[in-house]
Ligand binder design. Structure first.
Ligand code: ADP
Ligand code: MG
Length: 271
């Protein structure tokens, strides 16, 4: 079982400490939602776990091995990463783009093994982009491109998948499909950490939510504990509607709260 351990992580970006003392442990078989307001540091944390940003201090370890002591290719096989709003600079066909996800395995483009080809076809199928396989990725809609880039991340077949806003650009049907697919990845044993803004999806599909605020972990727990009325107020400064549908609980942000609405027992802060 894959185990990710993050301990006392501090991460600077452009000379300023953005992440402060982040620590948590997570295991394969779960879908974890990384949530919190804009600018809270979610993407910074996602990039740091993916090895794209260097911590000033603290550790990230996979199965007891620190990321910064791992061979780059080895790390890339362990942690797949889907970046937020990824831009595509090359006029590549969709299938070729997804094949790039196999680079940590083959190490050499253009020499895909039968195993690589199988992984690519499976990823195309699972992200529902098989019908786009021969299209130029630069000529797709934002939502189509998002699914192709998810397919590229799935093609890595890594035990850990970090997806930064994988459903941000998707229509409701594709958003439900993709979050269902991330759940399946978790059911197959992967550790999936997804940055999500849609709290209805996050609360319904995630096993656990990590809430970031001002570069810190502000909460960590089961979705409905974290997104309780008090949590919604504290983390997002909104009042929410909490309900139940088909025996599942949901939460919908309802209206913004201003300082006067808010209870005074929260670290003396105002919205
Ligand atoms: P989130 O993904 O939660 O919206 P980010 O991790 O993107 O937040 O950003 C966290 C903080 O880091 C923000 O205050 C943002 O302005 C700052 N930041 C992110 N990237 C850079 C950068 N390249 N240079 C300077 N500051 C940055
Ligand atoms: Mg972000």
């Amino acid at each position: 079982m894959t185990r990710l351990e993050i301990d006392h992580l501090y991460v600077p970006v452009a000379g300023r400490t953005i992440l402060h003392d982040i620590g948590f442990t997570a295991e394969g078989g779960s879908l974890i939602g990384l949530v919190g307001p804009n600018g809270a540091g979610k993407s910074t944390l996602a990039k740091t776990i993916a090895g794209l940003l260097q911590p000033a201090s603290g550790t990230i370890a996979v199965n007891g091995v620190a990321l910064d002591t791992m061979d780059r290719r080895d790390a890339a096989r362990k942690i797949a990463y889907l970046s937020q709003g990824d831009t595509v600079h090359w006029p590549l066909a969709v299938r070729a783009t997804v094949t790039l996800g196999r680079a940590p395995h083959s190490g050499r483009f253009g020499t895909a093994s039968p195993g690589d080809r199988r992984a690519v076809e499976a990823a195309l199928h699972r992200a529902d982009v098989l019908s786009l396989a021969d299209r130029n990725i630069q000529q797709l809609s934002g939502g189509e491109r998002a699914r192709v880039l998810l397919a590229r991340a799935l093609a890595v077949e890594a035990p850990i998948l970090i997806a930064d806003e994988p459903v941000g650009a998707l229509d409701p049907r594709h958003a439900l499909n993709i979050i269902g697919l991330l759940r399946e990845e978790a059911a197959r044993g992967a550790l999936v950490i997804a940055v999500l803004h849609d709290l209805a999806l996050a609360s319904r599909f995630c096993d656990r939510l990590l809430v970031m605020r001002d570069g810190r972990l502000a909460a960590d727990g089961p979705p409905h504990d974290v997104l309780s009325p008090a949590g919604m107020e504290q983390h997002y400064a909104v009042a929410a509607h909490h309900g139940t549908h088909e025996a599942e609980r949901f939460v919908i942000p309802w209206r913004t709260l201003n300082a006067a609405d808010r209870k005074p027992n929260q670290e003396g802060e105002t919205a």
